[in-house]
Write a protein that binds this ligand. Structure first.
Ligand code: 5AD
Ligand code: SF4
Length: 494
């Protein structure tokens, strides 16, 4: 299961914020601009790229025109992904020409899944590209860039994920500096599921898990740097099977239990999961761990057994219902999220009605939905009975209306509750802070800036279309109340 694709929700790609640590300042500082497309795995990878480049004298910038190095960290999950990258490269060419007029150079790199899929084709079609680097090779960036500086065009798309993780773990040795309160940590990459619509097994390769030791070291380092909430990432994160020091293999549930012991890590999340890999230990972790937040992204894609089978999802709708029942038994207040694809080949009105019925029965807190798009090289692309575009559009609109109603109802059900909110950053208006509820909803409230990074008891007083509005409950002490979501009614202050 791929991580939730932010770009697919029409968010514009954003520059990654400057690396918080390990930045070498000095007269030789060069600037790197990284634009990130797609899922949280890419956000994590972009941060790691800036980390790896910091000892080389690179500092992150939000301004492309100011950059000595521009990297596009691309996503390949949806149609026309490569075309979008080529048109962005056209715009970058103009920036590069403008810099050249002022005697300044600019190196251009393409990273991520489009780099992996297109390889050399990229520098052939876009000669301004100096470097093409696949997701498993970011640790090699300094060496690759020095080859570029020597006048070479470089393409590096080998799958050597162990080396990448080994290198990332070396970060743990470096000095601790402040980081934002919520951060991602990749624990697993790649996927062996081969859903018939999906390119991930081809672009990210086979499933590989990092060792328990590496992950614990990185999480401890994050906690020491002020991180309060860690989201464990993986394309199929709950298939995690990492080796511990004694040679035993740990699943995600056991890993979460270990991470919950780390002082200062008050909130844990993970994404994205496959229903088949939701084992008892992981389900019970939701019951047992107060720091495991009550939110689960568990895509089902379709509610029709026929379509699930031809998608190679490896479970039926009834199995999914039974799973949801078990999860809700362990964590009654959990917010469920999912991904849906409409218009997969041979999806009839009845198949679509089965999906709508599944959604009505499960009741999601939120969900992502997509029109099926044919991805070259995947089995779905050549299946018979492709569904016409207008039918897909109509089904998507109907499905999104249903989900949107469920999301509104879920959000409205929080009104009057007091819950713990992790305050993450300044809001748009002066005096406003934005945080996150246990159920992953943004919460806006008026609070002093120095509370950023703390977890506060907040009463939810109003419900907006995308976020909740809250008020601090006076006298609550962050440390006395770690990330536990407290479900109390108004006025019921502990
Ligand atoms: N067409 C439409 N949606 C897709 N997804 C993945 N591949 C495709 C495709 N070919 C969606 C799935 C997945 C999410 C990350 O993107 O719903 O869970
Ligand atoms: Fe997720 Fe299936 Fe793609 Fe794997 S193949 S990343 S399980 S959608």
């Amino acid at each position: 299961m791929t991580s939730r694709p932010e770009a697919e929700q029409e968010t514009t790609p954003s520059a990654v914020s400057p690396a918080q640590d390990q930045t070498v300042k000095g007269t030789n500082t060069r600037k790197v601009f990284v634009r990130t497309y797609g899922c949280q795995m890419n956000v994590y990878d972009s941060e790691r790229m800036t980390d790896v480049l910091a000892p080389e004298g690179f500092e992150a910038t939000d301004d492309m025109e100011d950059a000595d190095l521009v990297i596009l960290n691309t996503c390949h999950i949806r149609e026309k992904a490569a075309e979008k990258v080529y048109s962005e490269l056209g715009r970058i060419r103009k920036v590069k020409q403008e810099r050249a007029r002022h005697g300044k150079d600019m190196m251009v790199g393409v990273a991520g899944c489009v780099a992996q899929a297109e390889g050399e084709e990229i520098s052939r079609r876009a000669p301004i590209v100096d470097l093409v680097v696949g997701p498993q090779s970011y640790h090699q960036l300094p060496g690759l860039l020095s080859k570029v500086r020597n006048g070479n065009k470089v393409v590096e798309t080998e799958f050597d994920i162990d080396a990448k993780f080994d290198h990332l773990s070396a970060r743990a040795e470096r000095p601790v500096m402040k980081r934002p309160p919520a951060a991602f940590l990749t624990v697993q990459e790649g996927c062996d599921k081969f859903c018939t619509f999906c390119v991930v097994p081809y672009t990210r390769g086979a499933e590989v898990s990092r060792s328990v030791e590496q992950i614990v070291a990185e999480a401890e380092r994050m906690a020491a740097a002020g991180v309060r909430e860690v989201t464990l990432l993986g394309q199929n994160v709950n298939a995690y099977h990492g080796e511990a020091k004694d040679g035993s293999i740990w699943g995600l549930g056991r890993l979460l239990r270990r991470l919950a012991d780390i002082d200062g890590l008050d909130r844990l999340r993970y994404t994205t999961s496959h229903p088949r890999d939701m084992d008892d230990d992981l389900i019970l972790a939701h019951r047992d761990l107060k720091s495991l937040m009550p939110y689960l992204h568990l895509p089902v894609q379709s509610g029709s057994d026929k379509i699930l089978k031809s998608m190679n999802r490896r479970h039926t709708r009834d199995e999914y219902f039974r799973l949801i029942d078990r999860i809700r038994e362990a964590a009654p207040d959990i917010a469920l999220s999912g991904d849906f694809i409409v218009g997969f080949p041979d999806e009839t009105d009845q198949d679509f009605a089965d999906t709508m019925d599944l959604i009505r029965r499960v009741e999601y807190g939120s969900a992502f939905s997509f029109k099926y798009s044919q991805r070259p090289g995947t089995p779905g692309a050549t299946m018979d009975n492709q569904v016409p575009e207008d039918v897909k559009s109509a089904r998507l609109a109907e499905l999104q209306a249903l989900i949107s109603g469920q999301q509104k109802a879920f959000n409205a059900s929080r009104r009057g509750m007091v819950c713990d909110v992790l305050l993450e950053k300044k809001g748009r208006n002066p005096g406003q802070i934005v945080g996150k509820s246990p159920w992953l909803q943004p919460v806006q409230l008026d609070a002093a800036e120095d509370l950023i990074g703390s977890i506060q008891a907040v009463e939810i007083v109003e419900i907006g279309s995308n976020s909740l509005f809250g008020q601090l409950i006076a006298g609550q002490d962050d440390h006395a109340n770690p990330g536990l979501p407290r479900l109390r009614s108004k006025g019921d202050v502990i």
